[in-house]
Design a protein around this ligand. Structure first.
Ligand code: BGC
Ligand code: BGC
Length: 656
């Protein structure tokens, strides 16, 4: 579906336009009123699967009638475990708590899983205890389990979504969803803030790797598969009892469309483009019965999503038939004009159902009670928000007393999970070049080196142990296999030898050098980059060194996005995009290292989820189908069965 006007063209005008807006009077700069510009008939018709049934609604009605205003307001407020203790729930009967990216148990990111389980049990117990004047309502506990249960040290970590996108395998995604759910349920947690359904359109965005692909059809298919994996089949009664948890489709809407890939930025695009390229994942998710949707930090045409009634209410809950609840993002409500962390009637009035108010929950709770009393927030709107939250709690099975998966901590690292992670790694790899050096003969003499060869954090990426994932250590995942170690083990197992890169290469004459290089870990905000796309040439220098000794080079690139590496591609004999594979690095060796006769043990099946940039100085693409700036288009990927020559790429910054 090509766009009529290439977005690069618009792009060049935008700085000028932005300047014009900034200098024009306040009337000219006022954001357009989105309410008047939304046309519901342009949006897909959908209907939440399996969330609404009359028996449950009757129970909700009865429960609502017994709740005080304070208890209702409590349900729509979520605090972070870095700022709330179980005991605080006795004064503030909140509906939910979350563990944010940097919020471990008692501020310890490396708390072992039994401690997580213990704390979660305490939270759950306080919420449902019998006390005078208190209606016991189970707590919903959320966490960012976005590539496995990634806050748990020692667990199996799956590839980040970009790698799953490369796999083009919805069944794999469903299995990863259900494995992740079981891991989360085992620790007493009920809800993950996943999947991200962004269709990233500019790789400068530091969250590119959290999206599956730029192709809306794939995002839609994956959305359905991941939600069904996490929650179980739509309509399944009490999924929590079967080891499933609530999912979150995020971030609604247009998070992947922001200008220059700026995190929390503004998506300037027409309603038709928004629907076609960015809303499709939500259709898949809603049809799979997704229980929650997270509002985006970003804006659409100048209006913050947390205050966008037209999209949150008219479109999402109306036209798209979403019966679950809308959760805010981390203080996202504070960015709505006129709002602060402590106060934002505009957000709930726009359709937000639960505020993510990590530290400011107490003031927000008090202010919201006042706002309902004065009518600034209509009581009916509050009731609707609470109803939606209770609906999720009932449907999920939180009101049932048994939690059969809770405590099964062995699920965090079972042989089955490991095998699944390794399969996912194999399927995620994309071969961009191979002059015949791959597969490495099992009997070969191999050097494994490169700036990221010993860098465990680089293969796990952000959202691992901590928010940015910057200081993940080998010892956090003692049973994991690094990419380098996986290759060394496979070579030795097939009868070959490993040569130390510091040895005399001319005497020892290794057959091949595997160079592992790539990006340092990052997450939202800190991962945003400007042009040029990638200017760390440490990997290149090593490749050149081996080439000078006449040793062929296999490049393994660890990254959260495609980047400008034309020189590295030219300097290598084979080039593999390995994304952020997680703990099961052995999956890379499965494909790279053949048997003793040089026959592949597994073949490459992955292909690019985004076009690969050929220039350092231009945004690589602004739309999925614009391949002009690509060195390799989306969908590209070689294999052993289907090889091909890769002509040298231009090394000029502009790719020409
Ligand atoms: C991110 C969300 C995440 C939330 C909770 C936010 O900053 O944008 O994706 O779910 O924090 O950690
Ligand atoms: C939290 C993350 C959150 C981020 C948003 C961090 O301190 O740990 O969960 O997404 O702040 O700014």
């Amino acid at each position: 579906m090509p766009r009529p006007v290439p977005r690069h063209a618009n792009h060049r005008l935008l700085p000028a336009l932005a300047l014009w807006f900034a200098t024009a009077g306040s009337t000219a700069a006022a954001p357009p009123d989105a309410t008047s510009t939304v046309h519901p008939e342009l949006w897909p018709l959908a209907r939440s699967a399996g969330l609404f049934d009359t028996a449950t609604e009757r129970r909700i009605t009865a429960l609502l009638a017994s709740m005080s205003l304070e208890e209702k307001v409590g349900q729509v407020v979520q605090a972070d475990i870095g700022a709330i203790e179980p005991d605080d729930l006795r004064r503030f009967a909140l509906g939910s708590v979350l563990a944010g990216g940097d919020s471990g148990v008692h501020r310890d990111d490396r708390a072992p899983s039994p401690e997580w389980l213990g704390l979660m049990r305490e939270f759950h117990a306080v919420a449902v205890e019998q006390r005078p004047g208190h209606v016991p309502i189970p707590l919903l506990i959320g966490i960012d389990a976005v590539h496995g249960h990634n806050n748990m040290i020692g667990s199996v970590i799956f590839p980040h979504n970009i790698g799953l996108g490369a796999a083009h395998d919805p069944e794999l995604v469903r299995r990863i969803g259900s494995a992740t759910a079981a891991m989360v349920a085992a620790t007493g947690i009920d809800w993950t803030f996943a999947p991200t359904l962004a269709a990233p359109h500019d790789v400068r965005w530091g969250r590119t790797y959290e999206g599956y692909a730029a192709d809306p059809a794939l995002v839609r298919q994956y959305a359905q598969a991941m939600v069904e994996g996490l929650q179980g089949a739509p309509g399944l009664a009490h999924p929590l009892q079967a080891g499933h948890i609530a999912a979150t489709a995020k971030h609604f809407l247009g998070d992947g469309a922001t200008l220059y890939g700026e995190d929390e930025g503004d998506s300037e695009l027409s309603e038709a483009d928004l629907v076609r390229d960015h809303a499709q994942g939500y259709v898949g998710a809603i049809r799979a019965g997704v229980m929650t949707v997270m509002a985006s930090f970003s804006s659409w045409n100048g209006q913050k999503m947390h205050g966008n009634r037209a999209l949150l209410t008219t479109v999402l809950k109306g036209r798209m038939g979403f019966d679950g609840f809308v959760i805010g993002d981390w203080n996202g409500h504070a960015q709505v004009p006129g709002c602060s962390k402590e106060r934002c009637p505009a957000a709930i009035n726009a359709g937000l159902d639960m505020y993510m108010a990590p530290q400011s929950y107490q003031a927000l709770y008090r202010n919201l009670i006042e706002e309902v009393r004065t009518g600034e927030v209509p009581a009916a709107r509050l009731d609707d928000a609470v109803r939606r939250i209770l609906r999720v709690k009932f449907r999920l099975g939180l009101f049932e007393t048994d939690r059969p998966f809770e405590g099964r901590l062995e699920l965090l690292r079972s042989d089955e999970q490991r095998a699944l992670g390794r399969e996912a790694v194999r399927k995620s790899l994309v071969l961009l070049k191979n002059d015949g050096v791959l597969p490495i003969r099992g009997s070969a003499r191999v050097v494994v080196s490169g700036p990221q060869a010993g860098d465990f954090s680089a293969q796990l990426g952000g959202w691992t142990v901590s928010w940015q994932g910057a200081d993940t250590r080998r010892s956090d995942f003692p049973n994991a296999e690094s990419v380098a170690r996986g290759i060394r083990r496979a070579v030795v197992a097939q009868g070959g030898a490993i040569i130390d890169p510091t040895d005399d290469l001319d005497t020892l004459k290794p057959d091949v050098a595997v160079i592992i290089f790539g990006e340092k870990p990052y997450a939202e905000m800190l991962g945003d980059i400007k042009l040029p796309l990638f200017n760390n040439r440490a990997g290149l220098r090593e490749m050149e060194l081996f080439r000078r000794h006449g040793i062929p080079v296999v490049a393994v690139f660890l990254s959260g996005r495609p980047l400008w590496v034309s020189q590295e591609i030219n300097a290598s004999n084979a080039f593999v995009a390995a994304w952020l594979p997680g703990t099961e690095g052995g999956g890379i060796a499965d494909i790279l290292v053949g048997d003793a006769n040089g026959k592949p043990r597994f073949d490459f099946t992955g292909s690019l989820p985004y076009p690969w940039p050929r220039a350092a100085t231009l945004p690589p693409y602004q739309q999925p189908t614009d391949a002009r700036e690509a060195a390799f288009p989306a969908g590209y990927g070689l294999s052993y069965a289907h090889g091909g020559a890769t002509p040298p790429l231009s090394e000029a910054l502009d790719g020409r």
